[in-house]
Design a protein around this ligand. Sequence first.
Ligand code: PMV
Length: 361
Amino acid sequence: MTEHDFIPKPYTIAKQTGKVSWESPSNIALVKYWGKKKDQIPENPSISFTLNNCKTITTLSYSPKENVADFSFEVYLDGIKKDDFKPKIQTFFERVEDYLPFLRQFHFKIETQNTFPHSSGIASSASGMSALALCLMSIEKSIQPQMTVEFFNQKASFLARLGSGSACRSIEGDLIVWGKTDSIQGSNDLFGVKYPYAVHENFKNYQDTILLVDKGEKQVSSTVGHNLMHDHPFAKNRFQQAHTNLESLKSILKSGDLDSFIELIESEALTLHAMMMTSMPYFILMKPNTLEIINKIWKFRKATGLHIGFTLDAGANVHVLYPKKESEKILEFIQNELVAYCKNEEYICDEIGFGAEKIND
Ligand code: PMV
């Protein structure tokens, strides 16, 4: 498929008002996307667990307008008007307009809320952009009712990617691959696809407890971080490593080898941060408590043999990953020993989820 497959044939748009709502989850990458070309085309493939509890709920109301010179929209978060969100959505509309020819013909009211605190340091761009893309796709589906579910999901992922790269992995679940790589059939740079191979019982219901170490605004945005991979001295090796890691993960997911799984995801997380520390300019997003938590996890794992591991996103928070069947002892350890390192002792219990859902009124 190419971008052109997402440009619809000319259609007639009924000038009527309407409203649609979707809830869409966040996701956590196991093999990380870090480095991009134009329009969020990834430099390397990635794979993620879709989450279940960290979600954005978006309602998009639309009403026809006469003047098609500009886009027209207003944005609300938790019922409060957010003009500071507008530039990001304006850019998104500009990027997707060729694929959604109705955009200029309506005024949109975007009402959004997150199930996690906005200031938690959890990026809402993946859940937020995917929820908005899905609402827009529902409008297109009302114009083209014969559209298949497969195409709907592919195009929703494609549009979400143009809003925020990793958002393309939030449409479905439970494991999503994005970025072309030879070892995964159907993988491509334009949209996320469901991981197509066997997955061992050990990885079903996998748990993710998110420890909120630092809840402030990121000092370095992921856009800046991705761009620093352009002249990065280790870029070529890193991109190649992501392909190799995805290939290795394939046999790990099949066999249920938890030790190798932990080794791979922790190495991926630390490599992501190593890229940040070795770019020019360099930066560090981990905080002292991020390292305290990592060391505690390693010590506990060694002492108990339990399969607790971690991953990180582009921030200081720690995602603690573990199989459901070991959750009792691991949660006890988290509560007794790790939560003290969180800001205001805050953490979020999440687990693997199966993707976005339309909300019917
Ligand atoms: O989607 P972005 O541009 O916010 O980039 C996300 C990058 C990481 O979260 C660090 C890794 C990933 O694959 O999600």
